[in-house]
Design a binder for this molecule. Structure first.
Ligand SMILES: [Mn+2]
Length: 346
């Protein structure tokens, strides 16, 4: 199976799996100007907005913020993400969520845009809607994204894709009202881990979005601090499995934990990603890894590093991708085998 996005958000780790990246990620991908994206959208009659598999708040918030704006400009707009999964409750409550169609109902408009998708594989079975569109646009902030649209707006310096969408909407002279701002805020607050690692510019963006009347504390709680009761048991089991390997990564240290299939089945898939946010707080190790068994014998591997270790080469070597300090990949085997696979490659 494949997992979604990367970013520095709590849900990004799982996302990172299966993101393909160029070998030399240090070289910045080609970056089309914000103005070029705005120009393409300004001339469009109908746009298909695509979000990534197992969507997080950045891909959905970016997609809905853009869709609300396009709809207001008189553009025929449809939004979709690869099924069959249902949208997490908090994301389904975002403004504009009714514009999200069942994958089978997507028409595929002449202009298609992928948001927060580090690779085209992140669109899964919806990829043809992008690749076969007469005009394809990619907006993303993943360092591993080498570009795959006619127009690629890729900026690894951006904390979230939502910030890039805001720049495009500014170029389109769209008024940022509370609905649009709420959607963009969802991506911003999630991908910055509640602003813990937000750059200065992101705080300025947050101030601007909140000034429109966004319920910042309410959405933050909904998106980041709300779990179902079964989450506690899942976390308990996962943390009980944690192992510290101070010798790994050349002495930088590794802490890892497993979320087995039984545990991962008992909860909403989106909730498992929170485990990495707990495991990575262990200061004894530079690298934190969570193995999540999404299907029996199939694991999505979420990785975080504090400072020393660049995770992109490791993720890419296993067919994944992501950011230097947040990346992932997918792997098959038993719980012990997947740990051995990781340790053998560092
Ligand atoms: Mn993101």
């Amino acid at each position: 199976m494949t997992q979604g996005g990367t970013g520095l958000s709590s849900r990004d780790a799982a996302e990172a799996a299966s993101q393909h990246a160029p070998a030399d990620h240090a070289e910045k991908p080609p970056r089309s100007s914000v103005a070029r994206v705005a120009e393409a959208l300004a001339g469009a009659d109908a746009v298909t907005v695509l979000c990534h598999i197992r969507p997080d708040a950045d891909t959905i918030g970016s997609g809905l913020g853009l869709a609300i704006a396009l709809d207001r400009l008189g553009v025929d707009v449809e939004v979709g993400f690869p099924g069959p999964w249902a949208l997490p409750e908090a994301l389904a409550a975002l403004p504009g969520a009714t514009m999200i169609l069942d994958p089978a109902d997507l028409l595929g408009h002449p202009v298609a845009i992928a948001l927060d998708c580090a690779s085209v594989e992140r669109l899964d079975h919806l990829a043809p809607l992008l690749t076969e569109a007469p005009t394809s646009i990619v907006i993303d902030h993943h360092a591993s994204n080498g570009g795959y649209g006619h127009i690629d707006l890729i900026d690894p310096e951006a904390d979230c894709t939502a910030e890039l969408v805001l720049a495009v909407l500014d170029a389109l002279n769209v008024e940022i009202d509370r609905d649009i701002a709420t959607c963009l805020f969802a991506g911003l607050v999630t991908d910055t881990g509640s602003f813990r690692w937000a750059r200065a510019g992101s705080h300025a963006v947050a101030a601007r979005l909140l000034a429109t009347g966004v319920d910042g504390p309410g959405w933050t709680r909904r998106l980041l601090d709300t779990h179902n009761f079964g989450w506690l048991a899942m976390v308990s089991s996962a943390l009980d499995s944690a192992v510290l390997r101070p010798d790994a990564f050349g002495g930088a240290g590794l802490v890892y934990a497993h979320v087995d299939h039984h545990s991962s089945q008992a909860i909403d898939w989106a909730e498992a990603e929170s485990v990495i946010d707990l495991v990575r707080t262990v200061g004894d190790a530079d690298v934190a890894v969570v193995f999540k068994e999404s299907d029996p014998g199939t694991w999505s591997v979420s990785m975080r590093s504090r400072s020393k270790v660049d995770l992109v080469p490791l993720a890419v070597s296993h067919g994944g991708g992501g950011h230097p300090h947040a990346a992932g990949f997918s792997v098959h085997g038993t719980a012990d085998e997947v740990v051995a696979v990781l340790l053998a490659s560092v």
